[in-house]
Write a protein that binds this ligand. Structure first.
Ligand SMILES: Nc1ncnc2c1ncn2[C@@H]1O[C@H](COP(=O)(O)OP(=O)(O)OP(=O)(O)O)[C@@H](O)[C@H]1O
Length: 366
């Protein structure tokens, strides 16, 4: 079993070519809340960070996860790349269950999965060793993936990658320590380090949120350019729908909207923003000033309540029903599944099924 080698620029994918790169089936991640001394004899509270998510990621794919704080974006992203163990369902890499592989129960080595699935964080500084020069930080992944490469060749590869990510003159940046770089430069180093592992997927977890607004588009463009060069998929996590739209649109990918641990709508950015099918996607669009389409959208939020429900005790049925202006009495009864709604577009709302009992049930009023 082998993967494309981005450094060599070849694609030698083999036996599992028909399998999605990553496949999630009915994934749930529930966290037990820490107990206080007085609660020791009580059942612990459980935060339902991710519930019932099924989704595939293909080679060279772009998926952007968007939603309000605490909806489970980071947890889902980390679960996709094997950094978070799901409490239910399965996560497969090229057809092999990641956690079965970790237990030694498949024909793949877990190290191979770990190096194929990389992450860059919001704060790249925290993941770069402050005592090592950039050239040393970037040498490590090459040593791991290409142990036979000489020190001179390693240096050459590092210089050319630094130039590729816009850090010129490369020899100057290579000899600096992380604290001698700006936030944007640190993020470029973190991205370079991830790319040098020849990853199949990079999880960019709010990777541009800490950058100056003026640098965000530049960084997104760079990631997308490198995606082509390195034949990598991106899972891009953002709380901002306009960044989500930019990344998904320019990467020809999909936006996945999350609400309280559920994926409620997935689709191409343009379609999702111009014709949102889920009432929560409409809320996100309303809350993103440069995306509100006309003056009528600028007024009251398209929601009955502002407060986010507690993820320890989420609403029954459709979790958005307590805030949804279109909720009817059918909505709390069962959870809507993500169903196809046109090309590459999925939505979890009873309103997209014209035969659903929703249409005959009365509106929920406060
Ligand atoms: N290790 C953990 N232990 C307990 N609860 C956790 C843990 N990690 C996340 N959670 C909880 O799970 C829920 C989802 O968190 P997560 O960080 O995935 O959301 P998010 O959408 O990425 O939020 P943000 O945009 O604020 O980073 C939250 O209620 C959070 O408090």
């Amino acid at each position: 079993m082998s993967r494309p080698d981005a450094t060599a620029g070849t694609d030698d994918s083999t036996d599992s070519a028909d399998e999605p790169l990553i496949s999630l089936e009915n994934v749930e991640v529930h966290f037990e809340k820490e107990q206080g001394l007085l609660d020791l004899f009580e059942e612990p509270d459980v935060v339902r960070a991710v519930d019932g998510v099924s989704l595939d990621i293909q080679e060279n794919d772009v998926l952007v996860l968007v939603g309000e704080s605490g909806c489970g974006k980071t947890t889902l992203g980390k679960t996709m790349i094997g950094l978070q163990r799901p409490t239910g369902g399965s996560v497969k890499y090229r057809g092999r269950d990641i956690w079965e592989t970790k237990a030694g129960n498949t024909d793949l080595s877990f190290d191979e999965i770990r190096s194929s699935l990389q992450i860059i964080h919001q704060d790249p500084g925290s993941s770069l060793n402050p005592n090592r020069r950039i050239v040393e930080i970037l040498s490590e992944p090459i040593r791991l993936t290409h142990p036979g490469v000489s020190a001179g060749e390693r240096r050459e590869r590092i210089y050319s990658l630094l130039e590729r990510v816009g850090m010129t003159p490369a020899h100057d940046f290579a000899d600096r320590y992380p604290h001698q770089l700006s936030g944007g430069e640190k993020q470029r180093v973190a991205l370079s380090r991830a790319l040098l592992m020849n990853p199949d997927v990079i999880l960019a977890d709010e990777a541009i949120s800490a950058l100056d607004v003026s640098l965000r588009v530049e960084m997104m463009d760079l990631m997308l350019d490198l995606q082509d060069d390195f034949n990598t998929s991106f899972v891009f996590v953002s709380h901002d729908l306009s960044n989500a739209r930019y990344f998904a649109e320019h990467g020809d990918g999909r936006v996945g909207v999350m609400y309280l641990g559920n994926l409620v709508e997935v689709g191409p950015a343009e379609r999702l923003i111009s014709e949102p099918q889920h009432p929560y996607t409409e809320v996100l669009r309303w809350a993103t000033p440069n995306l509100a389409l006309d003056a009528t959208e600028a007024g009251e939020p398209p929601m009955r309540k502002i407060d986010i429900p507690d993820p320890i005790n989420p609403p029954s049925g459709c979790r958005f029903h307590t805030r949804c202006p279109k909720a009817r009495t059918a909505c709390p009864k069962e959870q809507p599944e993500l169903e196809t709604h046109g090309d590459r577009h999925l939505v979890a709302c009873f309103r997209s099924d014209e035969d659903h009992e929703y249409w005959d049930s009365p509106e929920i009023e406060d």
